[in-house]
Ligand binder design. Structure first.
Ligand SMILES: Nc1nc2c(ncn2[C@@H]2O[C@H](COP(=O)(O)OP(=O)(O)OP(=O)(O)O)[C@@H](O)[C@H]2O)c(=O)[nH]1
Length: 653
């Protein structure tokens, strides 16, 4: 049932809320006059009963309460008694006294809702109205950040991320870089892990992010922030381009960040830098000495070879990017890491993007705010200020902000608190909007309304051939309204990283004969990323084509009901292979359909032929229990395989 606020109804009737409440109780209706809202029907009834009476009294009311002359004061949805008193220019105890007849025993630090506040305010002859969140957040946005005049811009150090396949030497390279660049003066400092570090080369500085590149990219980009200026792609010269190398390339490309390639481990006898360059061509990275524009530097992180040259190249690329910021203004930065420290309370590392952050500044970041109590740099030193690009750990925040959130300096703590209130509201709105990400189900409407002009797709498959085949077929689906963009294709299961990339790029994920990991499923739900898995390429193409035309049929969708791990296998004469299972999540039922997964690749899809607990046949085995299972006409079951159980349901689109 729809509810109407007493305060709004009073406004409509042109009387005060207090007056309205009094009249409702005079009318002797079965309505609780202390409620801050009434049902819509009740409101209609009240209007009918009071309408004419109110009209004739209108003038008196206005004169009596004398509130029209005073401009309405804006207050938040919930306001602390003390703050309300301040706004009304009375003492907190005066407010508390007015609350008692309303049946509210509050102390000065307790919050009351808007409607109660409006009744109290009227007692003091003041009219209040709720803050216009939309308008206000815009105002505040302008207040927090603004375009700088180009004449105020000064060069700033580049912020660099190191990316690459596992074991290709990301950590070793970062270590080698730090060692090479440590100057005499800094040598005494103990490096502190704050999530990013600054190194000095002559007069220049470079800032390195510690977080593995693609995580830094995706979590931040998913929140709309972009911190990285340049990506160093590490490729081991003895191993070549591997799945995570490709992933890194696609992440950097999606974020439009230039790549400098470090061909690592050239000290190894099996190193073959030319083969790496050859392999990179396939991904659009053509080395300079081969006529392209990708800088490739051979290095050995182990022997400190080529590091100077690599850093020089990074500075060169930075120079071409003309990275600039205005250092003389209120600071704006991005949080790259944050945690709750037992001794220090909430701590967060911020990279200043523009302006200069100083100890004593009042800051807000998402729903966290506070006065900067102290700042610590990556050498563990206390510093008083941080200029553009420079990472510092900040102490003094009210709560742990999220990585990827912006942090702004504001005028005073009151403004900071006010902003966090608005942010909380925004976050609720954003959570609602998250469900508006692209999905096949509503693709057509989104195309029609002009919301989607490009359909971004990530393809994961069990073999490389499928990835290529899908890419080619999808490219043919382009229409005038919508372009199909394959932002990443790779071999293997659907991982957390795929989901984060999809979320950051508003993409859907298509899997062939592969399945998402449990974490990937969790995150996809949180980030509202649409994951579709198929066994046949044709089905996928058909689905996307129909979705683009708004022709998706009512569909049979599957609902995952549980997962179990194969803990042991036994050959049983006349039965075949029987597997000892442990149910990890949900349940496995005798009638459910199942998939057998090996490293997230689907190797069997079908039915269960028997399900047991000890010696007994059972209908289901629940999470946390062991059982035995065999598959219909299938015996290639191995320890470590995963059984995924699901049921099929018909849904209307
Ligand atoms: N020979 C040789 N070995 C290297 C070189 N750089 C790194 N390694 C070795 O390669 C292995 C992996 O190096 P890491 O730096 O841990 O690689 P990583 O990419 O950070 O690995 P993850 O953090 O697991 O993704 C280690 O055993 C290093 O000692 C190099 O230049 N030459």
């Amino acid at each position: 049932m729809t509810k109407i606020r007493v305060y709004e109804l009073a406004k409509e009737l042109n009387i005060t809320s207090k007056e309205l409440i009094k009249r409702i109780s005079d009318l002797d209706l079965d309505i609780n006059s202390h409620m801050s809202t009434v049902e819509k029907e009740e409101a209609e009834l009240i209007k009918e009963l009071l309408g004419s009476e109110v009209d004739s009294n209108e003038k008196n009311v206005k004169e009596d309460d004398n509130i029209e002359d005073i401009e309405a004061i804006e207050i938040e949805e919930n306001i602390v008694v003390k703050d309300l008193a301040e706004k009304l220019d009375v003492t907190p105890s005066e407010v508390i006294t007015k609350l008692i007849p309303l049946g509210i025993m509050a102390n000065q630090n307790q919050a009351i809702d808007f409607d109660t506040a409006s009744i109290v305010a009227e007692e003091f002859g003041v009219s209040i109205k709720p803050i216009d969140i939309e308008k206000d957040s815009e105002d505040i946005g302008i207040d927090l950040d603004f375009e700088d005049d180009s004449k105020d811009l000064k060069p700033r150090p580049p912020i660099v991320t190191v990316m690459g396949h596992v074991d290709h030497g990301k950590t070793s390279l970062l270590d080698a870089i730090r060692k090479t660049a440590v100057t005499e003066r800094e040598a005494g400092g103990i490096t502190q892990h704050i999530g990013a570090s600054t190194i000095r080369i002559g007069k220049e500085k470079i800032v390195f992010l510690d977080t593995p590149g693609h995580e830094a990219f995706t979590t931040m980009r998913a929140r709309g922030a972009q911190v990285t200026d340049i990506a160093i792609l590490v490729v081991a010269a003895d191993d070549g381009v591997m799945p995570q190398t490709v992933e890194a390339i696609n992440h950097a490309k999606a974020a439009e960040v230039p790549i400098v390639v470090a061909i690592n481990k050239i000290d190894k006898p099996t190193a073959n830098p030319d083969r790496i360059k050859q392999e990179l061509v396939e991904y659009g990275l053509v080395s300079e000495d081969w006529g392209g524009d990708t800088i490739c530097v051979p290095v050995s992180a182990r022997n400190n070879e080529g590091i100077d040259e690599l850093l020089e190249m990074v500075l060169l690329v930075a120079e071409m990017q003309e990275l600039k910021a205005n250092p003389d203004r209120k600071a704006v930065g991005i949080i790259v890491e944050a945690e709750l420290d037992k001794g220090k309370g909430p701590v967060a590392t911020a990279l200043v993007q523009k302006g200069t952050l100083r100890v004593g500044d009042v800051v807000v970041s998402g729903t966290s705010h506070g006065r900067v109590r102290a700042m610590i740099d990556d050498k563990g030193k206390r510093v008083k200020k941080a200029t553009p690009s420079i990472p510092v750990m900040i102490l003094g925040l009210s709560e742990v902000p999220e990585a990827g959130e912006y942090i702004y300096v504001v005028d005073n703590e009151k403004k900071a608190r006010h902003y966090t209130e608005i942010r909380k509201e925004k976050i609720r709105e954003e959570q609602m909007k998250a469900s508006q990400k692209v999905s096949l189900d509503d693709l057509f409407e989104q195309i029609q309304s002009g919301e989607v002009k490009e359909l971004n797709v990530i393809i994961k498959a069990d073999v490389k051939g499928s990835v290529e085949a899908v890419k080619q077929s999808l490219a043919k689906l382009e229409t005038e309204e919508v372009r199909v963009n394959i932002i990443h294709g790779g071999v293997g299961g659907i991982t957390e990283s795929d989901v984060m990339l999809a979320s950051a790029s508003n993409a859907i994920i298509i899997g062939f004969n592969v399945r998402p990991t449990l974490t990937a499923i969790d995150i996809s739900k949180r980030e509202s990323v649409d994951i579709r898995t198929y066994r046949v390429i044709y089905d996928a193409i058909e689905d996307i084509e129909s979705a683009m035309r708004g022709l998706l049929d009512p569909d049979i969708v599957e609902e995952a009901i549980g997962r179990a791990e194969i803990r042991a296998t036994f050959k049983v004469p006349n039965v075949g292979m029987v597997a000892g299972i442990y149910v990890l999540q949900g349940k496995i039922t005798r009638s459910s359909k199942v998939r057998l997964l090996r490293e997230d690749v689907v190797i069997y899809e079908g039915d269960i032929s028997s399900l047991k607990r000890f010696k007994d046949d059972v209908r289901e085995v629940q999470s946390g229990y062991e059982g035995g299972l065999s598959l219909e006409n299938y015996n290639d079951i191995k320890e470590g395989d995963i059984v995924e159980a699901y049921i099929l349901k018909e849904v209307k689109r």
